[in-house]
Design a protein. Structure first.
Length: 158
């Protein structure tokens, strides 16, 4: 289902998400890289989508399909909304649930996490978590992407 980060910026096994961006960076240099890249957010988003497009079949050494054109298209649309509202995400990742996950972590409270995941089958799931109570997970429609991203922004920035 949705992708959740556990403590120490590691993905839990239940999230089944692989972080593409962190493969080539250590934690410190990755954060520095993100800061530099966010100065030109649109190109950073475009680069991440291009990286996801290049994933091959069995990219996770399993029978998992990489993100397809459907999930990549809707993730790109969401990233464009994020660029317009000046709300950068923290990660863009491929999911072993077959899709694209865009995630956010609060700068004020590292336990506050949210994501929106676009699946290859056109389903879209959003989630919010304080890592204490059970997460709120809900399915959204294409028409609800902008409002959901605003809701996530309010949650993360609060």
């Amino acid at each position: 289902m949705a992708c959740f980060i556990t403590s120490e910026n590691q993905y839990s096994t239940s999230s089944k998400v692989t972080e593409i961006a962190s493969r080539s960076f250590s934690n410190g240099s990755y954060n520095s890289h993100l800061s530099r890249q966010r100065q030109n957010t649109k190109s950073w988003y475009e680069i991440k989508i291009l990286e996801l497009k290049k994933l091959s079949q069995n990219w996770q050494d399993t029978e998992v399909n990489p993100p397809n054109n459907v999930s990549l298209y809707w993730a790109s649309e969401a990233l464009e909304v994020l660029r317009k509202i000046d709300f950068p995400c923290d990660r863009i990742a491929a999911s072993v649930d077959e899709g694209v996950c865009i995630s956010f972590v609060s700068k004020k409270n590292k336990n506050k996490y949210a994501d929106i995941e676009f699946f290859n089958n056109s389903e879209i799931i959003a989630a919010k978590s304080d890592r204490v109570l059970p997460p709120k997970i809900w399915e959204i429609s294409i028409d609800e992407i902008s409002n959901t991203l605003e809701e996530i922004r309010e949650y993360i920035e609060l």
